[in-house]
Design a protein around this ligand. Sequence first.
Ligand code: S3P
Length: 172
Amino acid sequence: MRRVLLVGFMGSGKSTVGPLLAGELGWRFHDLDTEVEARVGRPIARIFREDGEAAFRREEDLVAREFLGRGQVVLAAGGGWPCRPGRLDSLPSGTLSVWLRVGAAAAVERIRDDATVRPLLAVPDPETRAAELLAERTRWYERADWGVDTGGVTPSDLAARIARRVRAASGE
Ligand code: S3P
């Protein structure tokens, strides 16, 4: 096992669990949204506004492909990246994809105080929008190797649980 790809809806905890998991494994952590922002030189909300969502999706996939070529990394994919045909079915060997499960209400609650603007949830009724998006996306997230519930468990416990699975899969 050479890398872990964390997937899941906005607010599922990928960017919180990811660094903790990387710390457990002694690997590096990369948030792919942050990498897109660095590459384009603008925050995601501005990329959406100025270039459109389709341009963001192209950039996001280029960045994902680049980082999926690296070893000893934990990657956090943006919530929309897995939701295209083939994305989680054609990962390079040695990748464990993990879906962090969260419900719409909990997701919206978790991102409420977050400084990061999520253009897709910047609407008058984010909870209804989140529930609609989750309903469309669950069939994609389900294609991950492993799904874990994020409710009632601390990010560090979750990271430790995923790390155990990585070690077991690596024969350690
Ligand atoms: C998106 C999720 C965001 C970011 C962009 C679009 C989505 O990432 O990529 O706002 O389509 O779900 P997070 O899942 O890290 O919030």
